[in-house]
Design a binder for this molecule. Structure first.
Ligand code: CP
Ligand code: NVA
Length: 311
């Protein structure tokens, strides 16, 4: 599989790279003694404009176990786009670090970073995409069912960043996906077109029951994402019929599982009975964040580091 130059969304990968990442993630999970020191001597910058538990810790652990050194920064610490332009921050970090990873409000910030530097840039969540989550999720689905091709994913909720990355992942692995959202909260047309151009079997509906019929996976995300807090009340009303509860799970396939990227709000997008019940894979997903991002980090096109910096 060819080395990866950047990951802003899963369609930065081809099918072979996507499958290769899942294979390596699974292989090193089973046989950690085979893990390469792929980041030996390398420093990786992790910039967070928003809160994080899973992404921050899984990525930091992954860097360390590959022999690298993570430097974690809050966006406001470096004054990203305020104290200094995004380009200047990125160029500065790329002078010391072999990889830039960032969680940002505006996806455009990642594009600006990518254009400014010659080291790999990885999206740790933007308003448009969450590719590292998608990798972990398809690893989890493959581990649970044994295969991905033809698996039916029903996403119920906000057609936002997580749904978009799942749609691209479905295209890359041959899964079928139906996205049920309220009117006004659909996947972006651009995402739909790009995913379908990649070969995705991707349907949309406003009816959650239609979406989950025959599904192997019922997936949801929060109704109000980070950065949208001012819309929370409006969204609570708009999404009221889109809660994943026992009745919706009963309408899915008999062996269907429940998935959620977390953090979750029990009683909003999912009931406690479902997320804490026997069909929930959420803790396997969360744990797989480390295995999948480690596989990604080991597959990046990283120049051999020199002591004290990259140059
Ligand atoms: N799923 C996810 O990205 O979790 P965090 O926001 O805690 O990183
Ligand atoms: N859609 C959520 C995902 C968090 C992991 C958000 O953007 O806040």
């Amino acid at each position: 599989m060819s080395l990866i130059r950047r990951l802003l969304e899963l369609d930065d990968l081809d099918g072979a790279q996507f499958r290769g990442l899942l294979d390596h993630a699974h292989g090193w999970k089973q046989q950690p003694d085979l893990l390469p020191r792929a980041l030996a001597g390398a420093t990786v910058a992790l910039v967070f404009e928003k809160s994080s538990a899973r992404t921050r810790v899984s990525t930091e652990v992954a860097v360390v176990t590959l022999g690298g050194h993570p430097v974690v920064l809050r966006g406001d610490e470096v004054g990203l786009g305020h104290r200094e332009s995004v380009e200047d921050v990125a160029r500065t970090l790329a002078g010391y670090c072999s990889v830039l990873m960032a969680r940002v409000y505006d996806h455009g910030v990642l594009e600006t970073m990518t254009a400014a530097v010659d080291v790999p840039v990885v999206n740790l969540l933007s308003d448009r995409a969450h590719p590292c989550q998608g990798l972990a999720d398809y690893l989890t689905v493959r581990e649970h069912f044994g295969s991905l091709e033809g698996r039916r994913i029903a996403f119920v909720g906000d057609g936002n960043n997580v749904a978009a990355s799942l749609a691209f992942g479905a295209a890359l692995c041959g899964a079928e996906m139906t996205v049920a959202t309220p009117v006004g909260y659909e996947l972006d047309l651009d995402v739909l077109q790009r995913a379908r151009n990649l070969g995705a079997h991707l349907e949309t509906t406003n009816d959650p029951y239609e979406a989950v019929r025959g599904a192997d996976v019922v997936y949801t995300d929060v109704w109000t994402s980070m950065g949208q807090e001012a819309e929370a009340e409006v969204r609570r009303h708009a999404f009221a019929g889109y809660r994943v509860d026992a009745a919706l799970m009963a309408a899915a396939g008999a062996d269907a599982v429940f998935m959620h990227c977390l953090p979750a709000h029990r009683g909003e997008e999912v009931t406690a009975e479902v997320i804490d019940g026997p069909r929930s894979l959420v803790w396997a997903q969360a744990a797989n964040r480390m295995h999948s991002v480690r596989s990604l980090l080991a597959s990046l096109d990283v120049a051999p580091p020199v002591p004290g910096g990259r140059r």
